[in-house]
Ligand binder design. Structure first.
Ligand SMILES: [Mn+2]
Length: 424
Protein backbone atom coordinates (compact mmCIF):
# COMPACT_ATOMS: atom_id res chain seq x y z
CA UNK A 1 0.00 0.00 0.00
CA UNK A 2 0.99 3.62 -0.42
CA UNK A 3 -0.16 6.51 1.74
CA UNK A 4 -1.40 9.55 -0.17
CA UNK A 5 0.37 12.79 0.72
CA UNK A 6 -3.02 14.52 1.04
CA UNK A 7 -3.96 12.11 3.82
CA UNK A 8 -0.90 13.14 5.82
CA UNK A 9 -1.38 16.84 5.07
CA UNK A 10 -5.02 16.76 6.19
CA UNK A 11 -4.11 15.28 9.57
CA UNK A 12 -1.19 17.69 9.94
CA UNK A 13 -3.43 20.74 9.40
CA UNK A 14 -5.46 19.82 12.49
CA UNK A 15 -2.35 20.36 14.62
CA UNK A 16 -1.20 23.59 13.06
CA UNK A 17 -1.94 26.11 15.80
CA UNK A 18 -0.89 23.74 18.61
CA UNK A 19 2.42 23.19 16.81
CA UNK A 20 3.08 26.94 16.43
CA UNK A 21 2.44 27.50 20.14
CA UNK A 22 4.77 24.69 21.14
CA UNK A 23 7.54 25.91 18.87
CA UNK A 24 7.18 29.47 20.24
CA UNK A 25 7.49 28.06 23.75
CA UNK A 26 10.90 26.63 22.86
CA UNK A 27 11.99 30.01 21.50
CA UNK A 28 11.86 31.33 25.07
CA UNK A 29 14.59 28.81 26.00
CA UNK A 30 16.87 28.72 22.97
CA UNK A 31 18.01 31.35 20.50
CA UNK A 32 16.63 31.31 16.97
CA UNK A 33 19.91 30.38 15.31
CA UNK A 34 20.36 27.29 17.46
CA UNK A 35 16.76 26.26 16.85
CA UNK A 36 17.21 26.62 13.08
CA UNK A 37 20.47 24.66 13.06
CA UNK A 38 18.94 21.89 15.14
CA UNK A 39 15.88 21.60 12.89
CA UNK A 40 18.11 21.38 9.81
CA UNK A 41 20.29 18.67 11.36
CA UNK A 42 17.23 16.68 12.37
CA UNK A 43 15.88 16.95 8.82
CA UNK A 44 19.20 15.69 7.41
CA UNK A 45 19.48 12.74 9.81
CA UNK A 46 18.65 9.39 8.23
CA UNK A 47 18.67 6.00 9.93
CA UNK A 48 18.78 2.71 8.02
CA UNK A 49 16.19 0.10 8.84
CA UNK A 50 17.36 -3.49 8.59
CA UNK A 51 15.47 -5.79 6.27
CA UNK A 52 14.89 -8.26 9.13
CA UNK A 53 13.06 -5.74 11.33
CA UNK A 54 9.84 -5.48 9.35
CA UNK A 55 8.42 -8.75 10.61
CA UNK A 56 7.91 -10.11 14.09
CA UNK A 57 11.14 -11.31 15.66
CA UNK A 58 11.16 -13.97 18.30
CA UNK A 59 13.14 -15.51 21.07
CA UNK A 60 14.77 -18.92 21.33
CA UNK A 61 11.52 -20.01 22.97
CA UNK A 62 9.16 -19.07 20.22
CA UNK A 63 7.87 -16.57 17.76
CA UNK A 64 4.48 -14.94 17.42
CA UNK A 65 3.70 -13.86 13.88
CA UNK A 66 2.21 -10.48 13.14
CA UNK A 67 -0.43 -10.14 10.45
CA UNK A 68 0.49 -8.52 7.16
CA UNK A 69 4.21 -9.18 7.49
CA UNK A 70 6.21 -8.58 4.31
CA UNK A 71 6.66 -11.84 2.45
CA UNK A 72 9.51 -10.74 0.18
CA UNK A 73 12.15 -8.06 -0.28
CA UNK A 74 9.87 -5.80 -2.33
CA UNK A 75 7.31 -5.73 0.48
CA UNK A 76 10.02 -5.06 3.06
CA UNK A 77 11.19 -2.05 1.09
CA UNK A 78 7.58 -0.91 0.72
CA UNK A 79 7.19 -1.08 4.51
CA UNK A 80 10.30 1.05 4.97
CA UNK A 81 8.81 3.41 2.40
CA UNK A 82 5.69 3.77 4.58
CA UNK A 83 7.77 4.54 7.67
CA UNK A 84 9.93 6.97 5.71
CA UNK A 85 6.89 8.76 4.34
CA UNK A 86 5.57 9.33 7.87
CA UNK A 87 8.88 10.08 9.63
CA UNK A 88 11.17 11.32 6.82
CA UNK A 89 14.00 9.74 8.81
CA UNK A 90 14.12 6.18 7.49
CA UNK A 91 15.66 6.86 4.08
CA UNK A 92 17.82 3.73 3.92
CA UNK A 93 17.64 -0.04 4.13
CA UNK A 94 20.31 -2.40 5.39
CA UNK A 95 20.09 -5.81 3.72
CA UNK A 96 20.87 -9.15 5.22
CA UNK A 97 22.31 -11.80 2.93
CA UNK A 98 21.25 -14.54 2.26
CA UNK A 99 17.82 -13.64 3.64
CA UNK A 100 17.29 -10.84 1.14
CA UNK A 101 19.14 -11.60 -2.07
CA UNK A 102 17.44 -9.47 -4.75
CA UNK A 103 16.19 -11.51 -7.68
CA UNK A 104 15.88 -8.51 -9.96
CA UNK A 105 18.45 -5.91 -8.95
CA UNK A 106 17.25 -3.23 -11.37
CA UNK A 107 13.64 -3.58 -10.20
CA UNK A 108 14.63 -3.40 -6.52
CA UNK A 109 16.79 -0.35 -7.13
CA UNK A 110 13.96 1.34 -8.98
CA UNK A 111 11.45 0.61 -6.21
CA UNK A 112 13.82 1.91 -3.53
CA UNK A 113 14.52 4.98 -5.62
CA UNK A 114 10.82 5.77 -6.01
CA UNK A 115 10.41 5.60 -2.24
CA UNK A 116 13.51 7.72 -1.52
CA UNK A 117 15.41 4.83 0.04
CA UNK A 118 19.12 4.12 -0.42
CA UNK A 119 21.06 0.94 0.33
CA UNK A 120 23.15 1.28 3.47
CA UNK A 121 25.54 -1.30 4.92
CA UNK A 122 25.26 -4.91 3.73
CA UNK A 123 25.17 -7.60 6.43
CA UNK A 124 26.71 -11.01 5.95
CA UNK A 125 25.55 -14.10 7.82
CA UNK A 126 27.93 -16.79 8.99
CA UNK A 127 25.99 -17.52 12.16
CA UNK A 128 23.66 -20.01 10.47
CA UNK A 129 24.26 -22.93 8.16
CA UNK A 130 22.63 -22.41 4.78
CA UNK A 131 20.87 -25.18 2.89
CA UNK A 132 23.29 -27.04 0.66
CA UNK A 133 26.40 -25.44 2.17
CA UNK A 134 29.45 -27.68 2.11
CA UNK A 135 30.77 -26.62 5.50
CA UNK A 136 29.08 -26.06 8.85
CA UNK A 137 29.68 -23.05 11.08
CA UNK A 138 29.00 -25.08 14.20
CA UNK A 139 32.63 -24.55 15.25
CA UNK A 140 33.03 -21.05 13.93
CA UNK A 141 33.32 -19.28 10.60
CA UNK A 142 36.04 -16.68 9.99
CA UNK A 143 37.82 -17.91 13.13
CA UNK A 144 37.36 -21.64 12.57
CA UNK A 145 40.28 -24.01 12.94
CA UNK A 146 38.90 -25.72 9.81
CA UNK A 147 40.33 -24.08 6.73
CA UNK A 148 37.39 -25.07 4.50
CA UNK A 149 34.89 -23.40 6.86
CA UNK A 150 36.97 -20.23 6.91
CA UNK A 151 37.22 -20.20 3.12
CA UNK A 152 33.48 -20.67 2.74
CA UNK A 153 32.83 -17.79 5.17
CA UNK A 154 35.30 -15.53 3.37
CA UNK A 155 33.72 -16.36 -0.01
CA UNK A 156 30.26 -15.57 1.41
CA UNK A 157 31.40 -12.13 2.61
CA UNK A 158 32.91 -11.40 -0.80
CA UNK A 159 29.63 -12.43 -2.45
CA UNK A 160 27.80 -9.99 -0.15
CA UNK A 161 30.14 -7.20 -1.27
CA UNK A 162 29.42 -8.02 -4.92
CA UNK A 163 25.64 -7.92 -4.35
CA UNK A 164 26.04 -4.65 -2.46
CA UNK A 165 28.01 -3.12 -5.34
CA UNK A 166 25.10 -3.78 -7.68
CA UNK A 167 22.73 -2.02 -5.28
CA UNK A 168 24.90 1.01 -4.58
CA UNK A 169 25.80 0.10 -1.00
CA UNK A 170 29.15 1.34 0.33
CA UNK A 171 29.88 -0.84 3.32
CA UNK A 172 29.94 -4.36 4.69
CA UNK A 173 29.11 -5.09 8.33
CA UNK A 174 30.59 -8.23 9.80
CA UNK A 175 29.17 -9.59 13.01
CA UNK A 176 30.67 -12.89 14.08
CA UNK A 177 28.83 -15.34 16.27
CA UNK A 178 32.10 -17.24 16.62
CA UNK A 179 32.98 -18.08 20.18
CA UNK A 180 33.42 -20.81 22.76
CA UNK A 181 30.82 -22.12 25.13
CA UNK A 182 33.35 -23.87 27.35
CA UNK A 183 36.86 -23.14 28.64
CA UNK A 184 39.52 -24.91 26.66
CA UNK A 185 37.25 -25.29 23.62
CA UNK A 186 39.72 -23.37 21.48
CA UNK A 187 42.99 -21.51 21.73
CA UNK A 188 42.28 -17.77 22.11
CA UNK A 189 45.34 -16.70 20.14
CA UNK A 190 44.76 -19.13 17.29
CA UNK A 191 41.14 -18.08 16.66
CA UNK A 192 42.04 -14.40 16.88
CA UNK A 193 44.78 -14.88 14.28
CA UNK A 194 42.42 -16.77 11.98
CA UNK A 195 39.84 -13.99 12.34
CA UNK A 196 42.41 -11.32 11.50
CA UNK A 197 43.64 -13.24 8.46
CA UNK A 198 40.09 -13.87 7.23
CA UNK A 199 39.08 -10.22 7.68
CA UNK A 200 42.21 -9.08 5.82
CA UNK A 201 41.26 -11.36 2.95
CA UNK A 202 37.73 -9.88 2.82
CA UNK A 203 39.20 -6.38 3.15
CA UNK A 204 41.44 -7.00 0.13
CA UNK A 205 38.26 -7.49 -1.97
CA UNK A 206 36.64 -4.27 -0.74
CA UNK A 207 36.08 -1.58 -3.41
CA UNK A 208 38.06 1.63 -2.82
CA UNK A 209 35.03 3.64 -1.71
CA UNK A 210 33.72 0.98 0.68
CA UNK A 211 34.09 0.53 4.43
CA UNK A 212 34.41 -2.65 6.46
CA UNK A 213 32.50 -2.33 9.75
CA UNK A 214 33.48 -4.79 12.48
CA UNK A 215 30.90 -5.42 15.18
CA UNK A 216 31.70 -6.85 18.61
CA UNK A 217 29.69 -8.62 21.29
CA UNK A 218 30.76 -9.98 24.70
CA UNK A 219 28.60 -13.09 24.79
CA UNK A 220 25.83 -14.91 22.93
CA UNK A 221 25.27 -17.19 21.16
CA UNK A 222 28.29 -18.61 23.01
CA UNK A 223 28.49 -18.15 26.75
CA UNK A 224 32.14 -18.51 27.69
CA UNK A 225 33.90 -16.30 25.16
CA UNK A 226 33.34 -14.49 21.90
CA UNK A 227 36.16 -14.10 19.38
CA UNK A 228 35.46 -10.37 18.86
CA UNK A 229 34.29 -9.66 22.36
CA UNK A 230 34.77 -5.91 22.80
CA UNK A 231 35.60 -2.60 21.13
CA UNK A 232 39.30 -3.06 21.82
CA UNK A 233 39.40 -6.33 19.86
CA UNK A 234 37.37 -4.80 17.03
CA UNK A 235 39.64 -1.72 17.03
CA UNK A 236 42.77 -3.89 16.84
CA UNK A 237 41.30 -5.90 13.95
CA UNK A 238 40.22 -2.72 12.11
CA UNK A 239 43.73 -1.31 12.50
CA UNK A 240 45.23 -4.58 11.23
CA UNK A 241 43.00 -4.43 8.13
CA UNK A 242 43.63 -0.82 7.18
CA UNK A 243 42.15 2.64 6.78
CA UNK A 244 38.84 1.47 5.31
CA UNK A 245 38.06 -0.73 8.33
CA UNK A 246 36.20 0.59 11.37
CA UNK A 247 34.58 -0.47 14.61
CA UNK A 248 30.79 -0.67 14.80
CA UNK A 249 29.10 -0.07 18.14
CA UNK A 250 25.83 -1.87 18.84
CA UNK A 251 24.19 -0.52 22.01
CA UNK A 252 23.07 -4.00 23.11
CA UNK A 253 26.49 -5.57 22.75
CA UNK A 254 27.93 -4.53 26.10
CA UNK A 255 27.98 -5.94 29.57
CA UNK A 256 25.65 -4.12 32.00
CA UNK A 257 26.73 -0.58 32.98
CA UNK A 258 29.50 -0.35 30.38
CA UNK A 259 30.28 3.31 29.70
CA UNK A 260 29.29 3.27 26.02
CA UNK A 261 29.59 7.05 25.64
CA UNK A 262 33.25 6.83 26.60
CA UNK A 263 33.82 4.08 24.00
CA UNK A 264 32.19 6.33 21.37
CA UNK A 265 34.43 9.26 22.36
CA UNK A 266 37.61 7.17 22.24
CA UNK A 267 36.81 5.63 18.85
CA UNK A 268 35.88 8.96 17.27
CA UNK A 269 39.04 10.59 18.59
CA UNK A 270 40.97 7.78 16.89
CA UNK A 271 38.90 8.14 13.69
CA UNK A 272 37.73 4.55 13.92
CA UNK A 273 34.00 4.65 14.67
CA UNK A 274 32.28 3.55 11.46
CA UNK A 275 28.77 2.57 12.41
CA UNK A 276 26.18 2.50 15.10
CA UNK A 277 23.33 0.09 15.89
CA UNK A 278 20.45 1.36 18.02
CA UNK A 279 18.32 -0.65 20.43
CA UNK A 280 17.73 -0.69 24.18
CA UNK A 281 18.11 -3.21 26.95
CA UNK A 282 17.57 -3.90 30.61
CA UNK A 283 19.73 -7.00 31.01
CA UNK A 284 21.76 -7.83 27.91
CA UNK A 285 21.25 -7.85 24.17
CA UNK A 286 17.51 -7.47 24.67
CA UNK A 287 16.80 -5.73 21.34
CA UNK A 288 14.10 -3.56 22.90
CA UNK A 289 12.70 -0.36 21.41
CA UNK A 290 15.29 2.43 21.41
CA UNK A 291 14.86 4.70 24.42
CA UNK A 292 12.37 2.37 26.12
CA UNK A 293 14.57 1.68 29.14
CA UNK A 294 17.50 4.12 29.33
CA UNK A 295 16.76 7.36 27.48
CA UNK A 296 19.25 9.39 29.56
CA UNK A 297 22.01 6.99 28.62
CA UNK A 298 21.06 7.38 24.96
CA UNK A 299 21.30 11.16 25.39
CA UNK A 300 24.78 10.89 26.95
CA UNK A 301 25.89 8.71 24.03
CA UNK A 302 24.50 11.21 21.53
CA UNK A 303 26.25 13.97 23.43
CA UNK A 304 29.56 12.29 22.55
CA UNK A 305 28.45 11.51 18.99
CA UNK A 306 27.56 15.17 18.41
CA UNK A 307 30.84 16.33 19.93
CA UNK A 308 32.69 13.87 17.70
CA UNK A 309 30.79 14.89 14.57
CA UNK A 310 31.66 18.53 15.29
CA UNK A 311 35.28 18.05 16.37
CA UNK A 312 36.67 14.89 14.77
CA UNK A 313 37.11 15.37 11.01
CA UNK A 314 39.35 12.29 11.13
CA UNK A 315 36.26 10.17 11.78
CA UNK A 316 34.05 9.31 8.76
CA UNK A 317 30.29 9.84 8.52
CA UNK A 318 28.59 7.12 10.50
CA UNK A 319 26.32 4.34 9.23
CA UNK A 320 23.26 4.56 11.53
CA UNK A 321 20.96 1.58 11.84
CA UNK A 322 18.24 0.28 14.13
CA UNK A 323 19.08 -3.27 15.20
CA UNK A 324 16.18 -4.51 17.26
CA UNK A 325 13.64 -7.28 17.39
CA UNK A 326 9.92 -6.78 17.68
CA UNK A 327 8.45 -9.67 19.56
CA UNK A 328 5.08 -8.40 20.71
CA UNK A 329 4.61 -4.97 19.11
CA UNK A 330 3.60 -4.15 15.56
CA UNK A 331 7.10 -3.97 14.01
CA UNK A 332 6.31 -0.79 12.10
CA UNK A 333 5.00 0.97 15.21
CA UNK A 334 8.08 -0.16 17.12
CA UNK A 335 10.35 1.27 14.42
CA UNK A 336 8.45 4.58 14.44
CA UNK A 337 8.90 4.74 18.23
CA UNK A 338 12.60 3.94 17.87
CA UNK A 339 13.16 6.65 15.28
CA UNK A 340 11.41 9.18 17.52
CA UNK A 341 13.60 8.21 20.48
CA UNK A 342 16.78 8.48 18.39
CA UNK A 343 15.87 11.94 17.10
CA UNK A 344 14.86 13.15 20.57
CA UNK A 345 18.26 12.16 22.00
CA UNK A 346 20.02 13.69 18.99
CA UNK A 347 18.09 16.96 19.31
CA UNK A 348 18.78 17.18 23.04
CA UNK A 349 22.49 16.61 22.41
CA UNK A 350 22.47 19.32 19.73
CA UNK A 351 21.01 21.75 22.28
CA UNK A 352 23.81 21.26 24.83
CA UNK A 353 25.53 24.61 25.34
CA UNK A 354 29.05 23.45 24.48
CA UNK A 355 30.78 26.77 25.17
CA UNK A 356 29.23 26.95 28.62
CA UNK A 357 30.14 23.30 29.24
CA UNK A 358 33.73 23.93 28.19
CA UNK A 359 33.97 26.90 30.59
CA UNK A 360 32.43 24.93 33.45
CA UNK A 361 34.88 22.08 32.81
CA UNK A 362 37.82 24.50 32.80
CA UNK A 363 36.61 25.90 36.11
CA UNK A 364 36.04 22.39 37.48
CA UNK A 365 32.50 23.46 38.30
CA UNK A 366 31.09 19.96 38.53
CA UNK A 367 27.62 21.12 39.54
CA UNK A 368 27.39 23.49 36.56
CA UNK A 369 28.55 20.73 34.17
CA UNK A 370 25.71 18.47 35.27
CA UNK A 371 23.19 21.34 35.11
CA UNK A 372 24.19 22.17 31.54
CA UNK A 373 23.76 18.60 30.34
CA UNK A 374 20.49 18.07 32.15
CA UNK A 375 19.05 21.39 31.03
CA UNK A 376 19.27 20.09 27.46
CA UNK A 377 18.09 16.61 28.42
CA UNK A 378 15.02 17.94 30.22
CA UNK A 379 13.92 20.05 27.27
CA UNK A 380 10.88 18.72 25.42
CA UNK A 381 12.40 18.82 21.94
CA UNK A 382 9.48 17.20 20.15
CA UNK A 383 8.34 20.50 18.54
CA UNK A 384 11.74 20.62 16.77
CA UNK A 385 11.30 17.06 15.49
CA UNK A 386 7.79 17.91 14.27
CA UNK A 387 8.98 21.05 12.51
CA UNK A 388 11.75 19.09 10.72
CA UNK A 389 9.23 16.43 9.68
CA UNK A 390 6.56 18.88 8.54
CA UNK A 391 9.02 20.77 6.34
CA UNK A 392 9.94 17.46 4.66
CA UNK A 393 6.31 16.45 4.12
CA UNK A 394 6.20 13.95 6.97
CA UNK A 395 3.54 13.51 9.62
CA UNK A 396 3.09 15.78 12.65
CA UNK A 397 2.67 12.58 14.68
CA UNK A 398 3.84 9.53 12.69
CA UNK A 399 2.48 6.96 15.14
CA UNK A 400 -1.00 8.49 15.41
CA UNK A 401 -1.13 9.00 11.64
CA UNK A 402 -0.16 5.35 11.13
CA UNK A 403 -3.03 4.34 13.40
CA UNK A 404 -5.56 6.81 11.98
CA UNK A 405 -4.90 5.57 8.47
CA UNK A 406 -5.19 1.95 9.66
CA UNK A 407 -2.01 0.98 7.86
CA UNK A 408 -1.68 -2.42 9.55
CA UNK A 409 -5.27 -3.31 8.70
CA UNK A 410 -4.56 -2.49 5.05
CA UNK A 411 -1.39 -4.59 5.07
CA UNK A 412 -3.24 -7.58 6.52
CA UNK A 413 -5.90 -7.15 3.85
CA UNK A 414 -3.30 -7.08 1.08
CA UNK A 415 -0.94 -9.76 2.36
CA UNK A 416 -3.02 -11.93 4.64
CA UNK A 417 -2.65 -12.64 8.32
CA UNK A 418 -0.22 -15.52 8.13
CA UNK A 419 2.69 -14.29 6.01
CA UNK A 420 6.13 -14.71 7.46
CA UNK A 421 9.01 -12.36 6.73
CA UNK A 422 12.08 -14.09 5.27
CA UNK A 423 14.86 -14.71 7.74
CA UNK A 424 12.53 -14.82 10.74
MN1 LIG B 1 24.02 -5.12 15.58
Amino acid sequence: MRIQQEQIDALNRQQDSFHRQQLDGLRTLYEEKRMAQTIQKLADFQVALPSWALGAGGTRFGRFSYGGEPGNLEQKIEDIGLIHQLTRTAGAVSLHIPWDIPEDVAAIRQLADELGISFDAMNSNTFQDQAGAGESYRNGSLSSVHRAAREQAIAHNIEVIRIGEQLGSKSLTVWLADGASFPGQYNFQTVLQHTEDSLKHIYSELPDDWKLLIEYKPYEPHFYSTVIQDWGTSFALANACGEKAFTLVDLGHHLPNTNIEQIVATLMKKGKLGGFHFNDSKYGDDDLTVGAIKPYNLFLIFNELVYGMENNPQNPDLAWMIDASHNIKDPLEDLIQSLEAILIAYAQALLVDRNALFTAQQESDVVRCQEILQHAYRTDVRPLLREARLRAGGAFDPLETYRSLEVRKQLVKERGSSTRATGL
